[in-house]
Design a protein around this ligand. Structure first.
Ligand code: SF4
Length: 399
């Protein structure tokens, strides 16, 4: 008997976006780069799971929830989360705390325990192992369930495929049926009573009714068709400006390289965008890669020159056309970002800086409205480091 295909809503989304991308990710098993918005979303999802844990009779206080968020957030570096810099990561951190504070202010008085949180269901159905994780389920009585999905992106909109998938899973999953029957043994059949997207950044809930069976049937036919295409190895790329611009596999993709990934010598032309010198996308990609390589090489060379000059105690040295000079400058660093945010909150200065970065914190140190005592505490979290920089100047040539 053929093995079931492991499938999920996100896998389906990727295949619909571009089958070639799906192939890179799930056939070749090449991981994508970390994305900051996933890290941000999963930290907030973890806190919501912590708050509503049905095993814990007492809900955590805001301070406990923030502490849990801090611990979760600090498990990984800014690079591991996919942020471009520490400053950007700090913005995400401050935004996460702001969301939790607003969430508590609006909802804490009415917290109720759900049926379950972060429920993982693996449903074997029609040759698929359908894997889903449901953020939160509430029991509405009479076998009916409310499904709530937390959203943490910039906006929230109706995503019919996701709603349909949830409905299909909830109404067929033995795991979910067992959960409901543990609460209400008289239940014979589980039905969706309500589906809801909860947008955490704006504390806005969008509610949807159960979809008619007819819609679920036609959605499911579409899912099975995609599964058949995957089994048949249909992974033709479907390039487009949006999906290709953000795709991590561009450098491997046959649309941009002109050859199949993994093919050693046989170059297979693709029908989509032939990589000729006239193709502007290809030309641009080559130039970007070349510039990246040149910059990396220049950085390495610069470091070698600095090391040589320092070893020989040269402050200045001449090539035949350029003069090199070493300059030492002082840079400021924050010793511990989390501590800085904590202190600014304690001193009531967080609103003043909006986003705590090196620049905004240093500005506070020269701000006349900040007391000397507060400045002293802040200064303890600022470290000054010496940085050696290489200045290059073209030597004027005699006529
Ligand atoms: S670069 Fe574009 S065509 Fe290639 S895999 Fe990515 S999304 Fe698909």
């Amino acid at each position: 008997m053929a093995k079931n295909l492991s499938f999920s809503y996100s896998k389906m989304g990727m295949y619909k976006e571009c089958p070639q991308k799906y192939k890179f990710r799930y056939v070749h098993m090449l991981p994508e780069k970390p994305k900051y918005y996933f890290a941000f979303g999963s930290a907030l999802h973890a806190v919501m799971e912590f708050i509503y844990n049905p095993q814990k009779p007492v809900f955590p206080t805001l301070t406990e929830a923030l502490k849990f968020f801090d611990t979760t957030w600090n498990k990984t570096s800014f690079e591991q989360k996919g942020y471009a810099s520490v400053e950007k990561e700090l913005e995400g951190y401050a935004e996460g705390r702001r969301i939790l504070e607003s969430y508590y202010a609006q909802n804490a008085a009415a917290f109720t325990h759900p049926l379950s949180v972060e429920t993982k269901s693996t449903l074997e159905i029609d040759g698929l192992n359908l894997i889903s994780i449901l953020d939160r389920m509430d029991y509405l009585g009479d076998g009916k369930i409310k499904i709530l999905d937390y959203k943490t992106g910039k906006t929230v909109q109706r995503e019919p495929d996701q709603l349909y998938m949830y409905q299909k899973v909830v109404e067929n999953s033995p795991v979910i049926k067992a959960l409901v029957q543990a609460k209400d043994p008289s239940v014979k059949e589980v039905r969706v009573g309500e589906l809801s997207f909860y947008h955490l950044p704006t504390l806005t809930e969008m509610k949807f009714e159960r979809a008619p069976d007819k819609e679920i049937f036609s959605f499911w036919q579409g899912v099975l068709k995609i599964a058949d295409s995957i089994r048949a190895g249909k992974f033709d790329p479907t390039p487009g400006e949006n999906q290709c611009r953000w795709c991590d596999y561009r450098n491997l993709c046959p649309v941009f390289t002109g050859k199949e990934y993994g093919a050693s010598s046989s170059v297979k032309e693709t029908h989509a965008l032939p990589p000729t010198a006239q193709n502007p996308q290809e030309e641009l990609s080559q130039k970007i890669d070349r510039l990246g390589e040149l910059r990396a090489e220049a950085k390495k060379l610069e470091q070698e020159i600095i090391t040589l000059m320092q070893q020989n105690k040269f402050e200045r040295h001449f090539g035949s056309t350029f003069k090199a000079e070493l300059n030492t400058c002082e840079k400021v660093e924050l010793t511990d970002n989390a501590q800085v945010v904590e202190l600014l909150t304690k001193l009531g200065l967080l609103d003043k800086v909006l986003v705590p970065t090196k620049t905004t914190v240093v500005r506070l140190l020269t701000d006349d409205t900040v007391s000397a005592k507060d400045k002293e505490q802040l200064r303890a979290l600022v470290r000054r480091v010496q940085e050696v920089q290489l200045a290059l100047e073209k030597i004027a040539q005699l006529p």
